[in-house]
Write a protein that binds this ligand. Structure first.
Ligand SMILES: NC(=O)C1=CN([C@@H]2O[C@H](COP(=O)(O)OP(=O)(O)OC[C@H]3O[C@@H](n4cnc5c(N)ncnc54)[C@H](OP(=O)(O)O)[C@@H]3O)[C@@H](O)[C@H]2O)C=CC1
Ligand SMILES: CC(=O)N[C@@H](CCC(=O)OP(=O)(O)O)C(=O)O
Length: 338
């Protein structure tokens, strides 16, 4: 018998990607897969690509159904996780894909999400220094925000190495439409998003405090961009170099040193820049960096799949650690092409 895992919010985009990963995971046995408005509906009516789940229906989200698992993934709208987590037996481990337990600063939560902060859990980005061990020892983990994963993997080693000025960071990041969720507004679907690229929540995006928390940046100008893709995030991070004459080689070497032993983070060969298509359906992040000599700025670019390393893949990576399994179990490193 494998470890029993359940999903709350299995009818959403993140929940659907979790389902896809969990049914193929060699150590997991699927427990309850709960939905809200779709409770009782066939799983394949919402996720027709999950053919092996034909005949299975979404469960109602009761504490008894979810509490029967060893580990529960919460893929619920922001603000819904704390109550569900509190209803579970104490021995059940939890990985939350939502934002509720990511921020350590309660005032930042209230400013960007509104309402009262539910409290911080262990932060679920294993590639941060020392974080893998904390995740492995944790019972409750808050998986990171999608833009935050890409931006942090590109920026954090450069701040840690003393190469990038944490007080002068600019990030422009494009996301595919699935980042907004399945229950997203009509303008994110179909004809209105095709052939269009647009900035949104300019200077006011809720991932701004989380990127600062995860990277150590103290001043950040973050502009998210909606791109006509189903999946993918491409984050372009620029920062002022802290050392005159800093070379591209030094910047690349800082990334290479930080990720030399990381199975999912790939610093590309010099001159090749990340593309979201290469990470589609994977838990990988592709990175590249240089120094823009004309502008006098470091430029680092990261690509991920927002539903992979940005959500469900990252959550499974954390669950593997929490359950003492090899971290890569059930997760893809290589993508699909063309
Ligand atoms: N999409 C992404 O790229 C990423 C998403 N996340 C996070 O994952 C979580 C889910 O996101 P996503 O899958 O995109 O969202 P979706 O809108 O696609 O799915 C939301 C899920 O929550 C359920 N739900 C809706 N309202 C309620 C409610 N009031 N109470 C309980 N359940 C409810 C829905 O059920 P039903 O459909 O049956 O009504 C559905 O299963 C969010 O916290 C999001 O921030 C994290 C990283 C990236
Ligand atoms: C394209 C799009 O709209 N994206 C969403 C992603 C944020 C989100 O809710 O995801 P996290 O769980 O990663 O915080 C947004 O910008 O609000």
């Amino acid at each position: 018998m494998g470890t029993r895992v359940a999903i709350a919010g299995a009818s959403g985009y993140a929940g659907g990607e979790l389902l896809r990963l969990l049914v193929a995971h060699p150590e997991f046995e699927l427990g309850a897969v709960t939905a809200h408005s779709q409770a009782g509906a066939p799983v394949t009516s919402v996720h027709p690509h999950l053919a092996t789940l034909a005949g299975r229906n979404f469960d109602a989200a009761t504490p008894a159904a979810l509490g029967d698992a060893d580990l529960v993934f919460l893929a619920l709208p922001h603000g819904e996780s704390a109550a569900v987590a509190a209803s579970l037996p104490a021995h059940v481990k939890v990985v939350d894909l939502g934002a509720d337990h990511r921020l350590t600063d309660a005032a930042a939560w209230t400013a960007y999400y509104g309402g009262e902060h539910a409290g911080a859990w262990t932060y679920g980005l294993p590639e941060l220094p020392g974080q893998r061990e904390k995740i492995a020892a944790a019972t409750h983990v808050a998986a990171t925000g999608c833009y935050v994963v890409a931006s942090t993997l590109a920026l954090r080693p450069l701040i840690d190495a003393g190469l990038a000025d944490p007080a002068d960071v600019v990030i422009v990041a494009a996301s595919g439409t699935s980042g907004a969720g399945r229950t997203a507004k009509a303008h994110l679907m179909g004809s209105e998003v095709m052939g269009d690229v647009s900035a949104y929540k300019v200077g006011a995006h809720q991932h701004t405090p989380e990127i600062k928390q995860a990277t150590g940046a103290t001043s950040l100008c973050f502009t998210p961009v909606l791109a006509p893709l189903p999946r993918g995030i491409l984050s372009t991070v620029t920062a002022r170099p802290l050392r005159p004459g800093l070379s591209s080689d030094e910047v690349r070497q800082a990334l290479q040193a930080a990720y030399a032993d990381e199975p999912f983070v790939h610093v590309l060969p010099e001159g090749r820049w990340p593309r979201t298509a290469s990470t589609f359906g994977t838990n990988s992040a592709h990175l590249q960096a240089t120094v823009d000599l004309d502008a006098g700025r470091i430029t680092a670019v990261a690509a991920i799949d927002n539903l992979g390393k940005g959500a469900a893949g990252q959550a499974v990576q954390c669950a593997n650690l929490m359950l003492g399994l090899p971290e890569t179990t059930g997760l893809a490193i290589n993508g699909v092409a063309p």
